[in-house]
Design a protein around this ligand. Structure first.
Ligand SMILES: [Zn+2]
Ligand SMILES: [Zn+2]
Length: 111
């Protein structure tokens, strides 16, 4: 399953417009919205103070490295996964043909 995000980002996963105030004028090196102060890059919020703070993909609700909430999730840019509408989810095509067939060893048949 892929959780898509409606947030548009550039090649470095930085927001191209601010979902909060709709500002779209950014310095390419900037990490925050200069109009409302919301984050532009989905950093780990590091609530557990593990010195993480790593950058996550724009659809990450939780940090992939330490499990803390991300700044996009805290800012309200992303909905909790249970509230994500079906249209914002797609099956992962690379997982389509994966089946889990039980392996029966031929020598172990009881008859
Ligand atoms: Zn803003
Ligand atoms: Zn983290």
């Amino acid at each position: 399953m892929i959780y898509n995000t409606l947030l548009s980002v550039d090649k470095k996963d930085k927001l191209l417009f601010c979902p909060n105030c709709r500002n779209s004028e950014f310095d390419s090196d900037g990490c925050y919205c200069k109009i409302c102060g919301k984050p532009r890059v989905n950093f780990c919020a590091d609530e557990a103070h593990r010195n993480c703070g790593r950058q996550n993909r724009p659809n990450a609700r939780y940090c992939e490295y330490c499990g803390s909430k991300t700044v996009f999730f805290l800012a309200g840019f992303l909905t909790p996964w249970k509230d994500v509408p079906e249209k914002e989810k797609t099956e992962d095509p690379s997982q389509e043909n994966v089946t889990f067939e039980p392996v029966v060893p031929e020598d172990d048949l009881p008859f």
